[in-house]
Design a protein around this ligand. Structure first.
Ligand SMILES: NC(=O)c1ccc[n+]([C@@H]2O[C@H](COP(=O)([O-])OP(=O)(O)OC[C@H]3O[C@@H](n4cnc5c(N)ncnc54)[C@H](OP(=O)(O)O)[C@@H]3O)[C@@H](O)[C@H]2O)c1
Length: 299
């Protein structure tokens, strides 16, 4: 397939572009920047310059290039990961305006396959219990106005992708050495700083970056139009278990805890997630429909 990847320069985008190439797809890599376009061309990719926040810019890219498929990996966060709700401002603009522009351009140019990136937090930031969440599990409401803003934008984007006949992928937290937030975590661990708010007891779903890229390609090839798939490891893990695994890989001592109240002063978003949240996703639908399985675990 001739596949336009929006977000081709993101962490997941880079891994996905490589995976699509390995599977024999022709990749059209979208970026806003001429410099990134040169770098993508240098890697042998067809680079396109366009901005999804500008409806006419993205419509003209699609009209000119006529891809068969569009992969939307449009989440924009600080490199080291979000710390505050306002770190979602750019992502919310992409979900509210950018993705709708991209979908409209895709429809106008006759695109037949669409995949859109979402994330485990679509289920809502709370303790969902022990039972693994399937794609039919109810979504929890936001507990604060800031949470509601993020969730409304994220879920609104998901719904637009499904209505357009696309496939929504709810990824777990990306893990692996190529993930900038993990590289940052390793750097902080090396400084022996306390990095575990409240001991890191929240239970979250993770996915290795390469596994996430394989799932994205599989969803493009085999995903059911209008479906949602969780893309995560077979088992969720406590955040603290993940952090200790990163420390062990780098030969570092056991990470130290920091009180949630203190962490909340500098990174309120992270402190909220690590305060009794439990989002254990099930990956059975992705296994069944996409033939996809994760190849590694947090530990
Ligand atoms: N599930 C997860 O755990 C998850 C998901 C997402 C991100 N993260 C984390 O967040 C951190 C940052 O993410 P990241 O490295 O992926 O980088 P990023 O800078 O957040 O990536 C944003 C992507 O969106 C594209 N983009 C932004 N605005 C656009 C627009 N108006 N039009 C077209 N394209 C646009 C960017 O393209 P150009 O800049 O080239 O134009 C870039 O490819 C990392 O630590 C990552 O692991 C985690």
């Amino acid at each position: 397939m001739r596949v336009l990847v929006a977000g081709a320069t993101s962490t997941l985008g880079r891994a996905t572009v490589d995976e699509l190439g390995r599977r024999g797809h022709e990749v059209l890599a979208l970026t806003r920047s001429e410099e990134a376009a040169r770098e993508l061309s240098g890697r042998g990719l067809t680079a396109l310059v366009g901005d999804v926040l500008d409806a006419s810019s993205i419509a003209s890219v699609l009209d000119r290039t006529r891809p068969d498929a569009v992969v939307s990996l449009l989440i924009k966060l600080p490199r080291n990961g979000p710390r505050r709700y306002r770190d979602y401002r750019d992502s919310r603009a992409l979900w509210d305006i950018g993705v709708p522009n991209l979908l409209a351009a895709a429809e106008a140019s006759g695109v037949s396959r669409i995949v859109g990136e979402s994330v485990l937090f679509a289920y809502g930031y709370l303790d969902h219990g022990e039972k693994h969440l399937t794609e039919d599990s109810p979504l929890a409401g936001g507990r604060t106005p800031a949470q509601r803003e993020v969730l409304d934008s994220l879920r609104g984007m998901e719904e637009r992708v499904r209505v357009a006949g696309g496939v929504v992928l709810r990824y777990g937290l990306f893990r692996g050495q190529a993930v900038p937030s993990e590289a940052y975590l390793a750097k902080v661990l090396k400084l022996r700083l306390p990095v575990l708010p409240g001991g890191g007891r929240s239970v979250l779903s993770f996915v290795a970056l390469d596994d996430a890229a394989r799932a994205t390609a599989a969803a493009l090839e085999r995903g059911r139009p209008g479906a949602t798939y969780n893309v995560c490891d077979d088992e969720p893990a406590e955040f603290g278990v993940y952090v200790r695994a990163v420390a062990t890989r780098h030969g570092l001592p056991r990470p130290r805890s920091v009180p949630l109240r203190l962490a909340g002063l500098v990174m309120p978003y992270i402190a909220m997630i690590l305060d009794g949240v439990r989002i254990p996703m099930a990956n059975g639908a992705a296994h069944r429909d996409l033939g996809w399985r994760p190849t590694s675990t947090v530990t």
